[in-house]
Design a protein around this ligand. Structure first.
Ligand code: ADP
Length: 175
């Protein structure tokens, strides 16, 4: 039986930190499904379709990393995909409380699905999508933080939004 894990998140946009977690997940699982929650209440810089495209390009050399979307409960999606685990990344202590609560809640809902949190690669420990969005919105260099195609997409999006656009959409209170 294939050992499948779901790696859920907003990925607005995908960063090198996300890519690292998914790739390392492949050491533990046969297949990783990177999954975007598709009916959020939050504002995003990129649409779901754009985020899917960026994820697919990031993992094109990894046939065992798939990209998907879900709405509703994560554990329902995980069960539908025959997953045995939910994969998450852990950066700092600040991540812990949220991850801990979510892990416990998901365990209550679906005791057979384990949450596996991988500790960030120290090179990416400060990296979050919101940091990347903020730097890119101010014209800073994000080339060491995201894949090249994401860097281009950020440049394009902030050019479209125009000069003087100081609004940096936030995707997550924690992020
Ligand atoms: P969410 O809105 O669910 O937090 P994110 O896209 O921000 O979605 O993050 C998805 C997952 O990736 C989370 O588990 C988060 O902790 C993890 N993650 C984000 N950035 C990094 C990073 N630089 N290193 C390791 N894990 C990370």
């Amino acid at each position: 039986m294939q050992r499948i894990a779901i790696y859920p998140g907003s990925f607005d946009p995908v960063t090198n930190g996300h890519v690292d977690i998914a790739q390392r997940g492949l050491r533990l699982f046969d297949k990783i499904i990177v999954a975007i929650l598709s009916n959020p209440v939050k504002d995003f810089l990129f649409t779901v379709e754009e985020r899917i495209e960026m994820l697919v390009s990031s993992f094109e050399e990894y046939p065992n990393i798939e990209v998907g979307t879900f709405d509703g409960l994560l554990v329902d999606y995980a069960a539908k995909k025959d997953s045995i685990a939910i994969l998450r990344g852990m950066r700092a202590v600040s991540d812990f409380e949220y991850e801990f609560r979510m892990g416990l809640a998901n365990h209550r809902l679906a005791p057979d699905i384990e949450t596996v949190s991988l500790i960030t690669n120290e090179d990416h420990s400060f990296l979050s999508s919101s940091t990347v969005r903020e730097i890119a919105s101010l014209g800073g260099d994000v080339s060491s933080m995201v894949p090249p195609h994401v860097e281009s997409a950020l440049k394009e999006r902030f050019a479209e939004l125009g000069d003087g656009q100081q609004i940096v959409p936030t995707t997550s209170m924690r992020d």
